[in-house]
Design a binder for this molecule. Structure first.
Ligand SMILES: *[C@@H]1O[C@H](CO)[C@@H](O)[C@H](O)[C@H]1NC(C)=O
Ligand SMILES: *[C@@H]1O[C@H](CO)[C@@H](O)[C@H](O)[C@H]1NC(C)=O
Ligand SMILES: *[C@@H]1O[C@H](CO)[C@@H](O)[C@H](O)[C@H]1NC(C)=O
Ligand SMILES: *[C@@H]1O[C@H](CO)[C@@H](O)[C@H](O)[C@H]1NC(C)=O
Ligand SMILES: *[C@@H]1O[C@H](CO)[C@@H](O)[C@H](O)[C@H]1NC(C)=O
Ligand SMILES: *[C@@H]1O[C@H](CO)[C@@H](O)[C@H](O)[C@H]1NC(C)=O
Ligand SMILES: *[C@@H]1O[C@H](CO)[C@@H](O)[C@H](O)[C@H]1NC(C)=O
Length: 552
């Protein structure tokens, strides 16, 4: 009895308080951001570049994930996946054509912003959140409350900016008010003004989508001048690994890149000819400098948003989550852009700040996936996953990891990427022919290049499947990352799904043991050890996880 009374006294003050205010959410997504930000030195860095002090302060006041992986290294599919909380294998959106709304049942799925909307949050966004057109109209009205945007923007959410003079891929400008990410920040501030205005008192979900470091790399001159070319290194592993199957490769240039005038000039060869497509080393470094400058500019914009939250005294009740939609090759393995299952293309920085719930400065090194974002943010905001969708929403809440819970089970991150070879049978392609030209990556020596052997095949020009729907796809690379390994297997793929019976197109196994291999600085040999008999058990085990994941 006394105990009950005591309990009653202890509990009573809590009961008399009003229900806690639901937290606001600010979701910030950067485009093409590889995991190269110099945060608290636990990310690999390249001469300390790029400098990202605002992300660093977010990391220090929040929680970092330094092994966060996109489920597919392409904007449309990745955003379709993490915004719907479903893996690409469920959204069946692997390209720039399909969206999760087209798949059977997908029309009724509740997206992440849609979940907040259903819970009476004001849900608004500025910049690139959904990939343009995927789904149509930025998923209005299901995901967002209101357009609340500058009516002049393309598709209402995306600002535009002028092209660089002469349409180069990178340039400096003094007109910062014209930069699209500047406009996105300004719009986000206007939205904050609106949703925190006195006549509204609902909590908000604000999504802010930055375009940088996506091309073009048009940045303020003051930033470009502060990234001296001498401080930028060349890619550490510019050659396609000798033992890696060609299906893993993607052409360093495509139609998108060829729209930039310097791309053709930059190459020491005719870049529309896949046989010799490559960039000179000096151009490669210029590109890296453009990319780093764009990262630094994007970081500044994040800082402005964080500061707005602080000045509006919203910091203590606002969950902030930041990540990139996937990574980017900056010359590694003979590739630019994404379009692969390699670490550099899949891994992206991720930070979550949930002031009331977790200890600041935490770090999770276990692999996590962008598809986990949905359940994590719902969990942090204390929202229920809709019961009728709990079996189709993939991923797991990362909250236990953020609270320091040791993860006993082995965490894994699954990713995939299709290949389109114009219907050609891979086995028939003359990959082992003697037609191996001697052609160096940087055209400054006599080293034979494996890349040349592969890019000789015109089919590789289309290998990314951007505009090709499932019926026209030929291969699917299925990939799993554990703490110690990345394993990828290439299966035939098409409208019937994965063809488990047909001969595989290759296997890859890369070791990250012991500790973490610095993917940005490691020397030239990222060796595929899948064929080494010593690794047979590992290969079998990891292949088993893939077969379960993709429902063999
Ligand atoms: C990052 O770069 C700085 C400056 O070059 C260097 O001092 C530091 O050791 C690097 N950190 C890592 C993790 O490589
Ligand atoms: C689940 O139920 C909600 C609320 O009735 C509905 O809006 C949503 O479309 C349903 N989802 C599916 C997949 O049927
Ligand atoms: C799913 O969406 C369709 C079309 O909008 C609607 O007719 C149907 O009632 C929805 N089903 C559920 C279970 O919400
Ligand atoms: C949302 O607001 C409506 C109208 O005030 C109310 O009926 C409904 O219960 C609210 N839903 C939630 C999840 O709070
Ligand atoms: C907020 O935006 C809505 C929709 O555009 C608009 O109707 C309303 O007037 C705005 N409120 C403020 C305070 O700006
Ligand atoms: C700077 O950009 C703004 C916004 O796009 C534009 O209105 C203005 O004309 C530009 N100024 C100059 C000097 O080019
Ligand atoms: C570059 O190669 C393409 C494809 O082989 C060819 O059509 C084009 O004429 C070449 N351009 C130059 C400038 O050599």
């Amino acid at each position: 009895m006394l105990l009950l009374l005591l309990l009653h006294l202890l509990i009573l003050p809590g009961l008399t308080q009003t229900a806690p205010t639901p937290p606001n959410v600010v979701l910030i997504v950067s485009d093409d951001l590889r995991a190269q930000v110099n945060v608290a030195d636990f990310f690999a860095n390249d001469s300390g570049l790029p400098r990202t002090s605002n992300l660093e302060s977010l990391a220090k006041s929040g929680h970092s994930f330094n092994h966060a992986y996109a489920n597919q290294a392409l904007c449309g599919p990745s955003r379709n996946s993490f915004l719907s909380g479903r893996r690409p294998q469920r959204t069946e959106a692997y390209n720039f054509v399909d969206s999760f709304r087209d798949v059977e049942g997908g029309e009724n799925w509740t997206t992440l912003p849609g979940l907040f909307k259903r819970n009476n949050y004001t849900t608004v966004g500025a910049g690139k959140i959904f990939h343009p057109g995927l789904p149509p109209d930025n998923d209005m009205p299901y995901s967002w409350d209101d357009r609340m945007s500058d009516g002049t923007w393309e598709s209402w959410m995306y600002p535009t900016e002028d092209a660089c003079p002469l349409k180069t891929s990178w340039c400096g400008t003094d007109n910062e008010t014209d930069l699209e990410d500047f406009k996105t920040t300004q719009q986000a501030i206007k939205l904050l003004d609106n949703i925190t205005s006195t006549e509204k008192n609902s909590p908000f979900f604000l999504a802010v989508g930055y375009r940088k470091p996506h091309l073009q790399w048009r940045v303020p001159n003051r930033i470009l001048e502060n990234v001296p070319l001498e401080s930028v290194s060349s890619p550490a592993s510019p050659d396609f690994p000798p033992s890696t199957p060609p299906l893993a490769y993607h052409m360093p240039v495509d139609d998108f890149l060829l729209k930039f005038s310097d791309v053709e000039q930059c190459g020491s060869a005719n870049l529309t000819d896949p046989a010799t497509a490559w960039f000179s080393e000096s151009c490669s470094r210029l590109w890296r400098r453009g990319y780093y400058s764009a990262v630094e500019y994007m970081d500044e914009q994040v800082g402005i948003i964080l500061n707005e939250l602080k000045e509006r005294k919203l910091e203590d009740n606002t969950i902030v989550i930041f990540f990139g939609d996937h990574g980017w090759h900056l010359g590694e393995f003979g590739m630019f852009e994404k379009f692969s299952n390699f670490e550099v293309a899949l891994r992206t920085p991720m930070f979550i700040r949930a002031p009331s719930l977790v200890t600041p400065g935490g770090l999770t090194t276990a692999p996590v996936e962008l598809v986990d974002v949905y359940r994590t943010v719902a969990d942090l905001a204390n929202l229920q996953i809709p019961a009728n969708e709990s079996s189709s929403i993939d991923g797991e809440s990362l909250l236990p990891l953020m609270q320091g819970m040791k993860d006993d089970e082995v965490r894994m991150a699954f990713s995939q990427f299709p290949r389109c070879l114009d219907g050609k049978n891979y086995a028939d392609l003359p990959l082992s022919s003697d037609d191996r030209n001697v052609w160096n990556v940087y055209n400054d020596g006599d080293k034979p290049s494996r890349r040349h052997e592969i890019t000789n095949l015109p089919e590789w020009k289309l290998s990314n499947c951007n505009e090709i729907t499932v019926e026209g796809m030929d291969w699917m690379g299925l990939s799993v990352r554990t703490q110690d390994w990345r394993y990828t297997v290439w299966h035939q793929f098409g409208s019937e799904g994965i063809n488990w019976e047909a001969a595989i197109g290759g296997e890859e196994l890369y070791s990250y043991y012991p500790g973490d291999v610095d993917i940005f600085r490691s020397p030239n040999n990222f060796e595929n050890v899948a064929g080494d008999p010593v690794n047979a058990d590992v290969v079998n085990e990891l292949r088993g996880y893939i077969e379960i994941q993709w429902n063999k």
